[in-house]
Design a protein around this ligand. Structure first.
Ligand code: KG4
Ligand code: ZN
Length: 338
């Protein structure tokens, strides 16, 4: 079974061809970052328009690279939510139109399911059940993953997502959009910091998160040290990142203890963070657990994870309902098992 996957939930146009027998045949990502950079954040209308321009040429390029003709495609998978409604509608409309033209089934895929199954694309995938930490620009959650489609959210952010906190703090430090990776690079440029940030919600039981306080703590430090010199900027970034990484490690450790699981999957854009990866590897090694990361290119938004999740569900006979619909808000817990 060969599936074409389409991801257009936010500001990246991702396309991939996944073959159940041979694995990922080709994938490409077109990033809209330069378009949104001038505005300091994603402009939804510009995102939708650019997906319209880029999606079909990208589909053609990926099909060529995968040496796949339309007649060889067995199904279409596109991101149906959560995300920006206009951006989602572009992927859904083009995905369903192609499926209709090629006479194959289409299926709307949950973006976060794509993220949490993305480590399955690696040579040594984790076995079910496992604990998943999803850390992206829009979501931060810990999920008990018992099987494909059998997810229980154990904890989530009550306010900002981790990626959002990275991006907002980066902006405070005067870093260009998208700030997360730039803030991480600045943080890694120094070995220590004279500053200390709180570890929110780690002192009381539970697996929920809160990251908006860290952004406020950063704002207070920036104000207190204005005009900021390079050393202070780097040390604020360092202390911020250390607090986020520490908080995530504490909650992952707690969730592993509560579930009794040994396998931890990290997915979503912030999963690309080097300190987070190193710290969780250290924790896992100490506790006899194992941590699985998708390759860096599958941490951030991509078409491969959508093609993969779609392939599993299409193979199980799941199909889109008749009317075209996308879900800007959609809980992982509402997904059917396969
Ligand atoms: O999963 P993703 O590509 O898109 C969403 O579904 O949101 O995640 C994007 C988020 C952004 O907030 C970005 O700043 C953050 O992931 N990010 C990072 C790093 N790389 C990407 N945050 C911290 N360190 C990084 N290395
Ligand atoms: Zn994402």
């Amino acid at each position: 079974m060969r599936i074409l996957g389409i991801e257009t939930s936010c500001d990246d146009t991702g396309v991939a061809v996944y073959d159940a027998a041979r694995g990922l045949l080709a994938h490409r990502l077109y990033s809209q970052t330069p378009i949104h950079a001038a505005y300091g954040g994603v402009v939804p209308e510009l995102a939708s328009r650019d997906h319209v321009h880029k999606l079909l040429p990208l589909v053609q390029a990926v099909m060529r690279e995968a040496d796949t003709a339309p007649a060889e495609v067995d199904g279409l998978a596109y991101t149906a939510g959560p995300g920006l409604i206009g951006a989602l509608l572009v992927g859904a409309a083009i995905g369903r139109a192609l499926a209709y033209a090629w006479g194959v089934p289409a299926l709307g895929v949950h973006h976060m399911e794509g993220h949490l199954l993305s480590p399955m694309l690696e040579p040594e995938p984790p076995a079910f059940p496992f604990l998943a930490l999803l850390v992206s620009g829009g979501h931060t959650l810990l999920a008990d993953v018992r099987a494909v489609g059998d997810y229980q959210i154990l904890g989530e952010s009550l306010d900002d997502a981790v990626g959002e906190a990275f991006d907002k703090t980066a902006k405070l430090l005067g870093l260009p959009y998208p700030g997360g990776p730039q803030l991480a690079a600045l943080a890694d440029s120094v070995d220590a910091s004279r500053f200390e940030f709180p570890r929110p919600m780690t002192g009381k039981p539970g697996l929920d998160f809160s990251f908006s306080g860290l952004k406020t703590a950063a704002l207070n430090l920036v104000r207190a040290h204005e005009p900021l010199d390079d050393a202070a900027r780097a040390e604020i970034a360092h202390a911020f990142q250390a607090a986020v990484v520490d908080t995530l490690r504490i909650k992952c450790r707690r969730a592993l203890a509560e579930t009794g699981y040994r396998n931890l999957v990290i997915a979503g854009g912030v999963g690309a963070n080097r300190q987070l990866r190193a710290e969780l590897e250290r924790m896992a090694a100490k506790d006899g657990a194992r941590v699985y990361f998708p390759a860096l290119e599958y941490c951030t938004d991509n078409g491969a994870m959508i093609a993969y999740a779609g392939a599993l569900r299409l193979a199980a006979g799941q199909r889109d309902p008749e009317p075209l619909d996308v879900l800007p808000r959609w809980s992982l817990e509402d997904l059917p098992p396969i």
